[in-house]
Design a protein. Structure first.
Length: 44
């Protein structure tokens, strides 16, 4: 029973770590993409 609880806690920690890293990186990419598209629209 204790092994299952530890496994569940470890899995939750890993999931939050991965989600946090992807969120920050994804947000940066979204901002960059919006900036690039905005610049393209202004050039036309």
């Amino acid at each position: 029973m204790a092994k299952k609880i530890l496994l569940l806690v470890a899995l939750i920690i890993v999931m939050f770590s991965l989600a946090g890293c992807q969120t920050v990186q994804g947000l940066g990419e979204d901002v960059t993409w919006v900036g690039e598209k905005g610049a393209e629209l202004l050039e036309q």
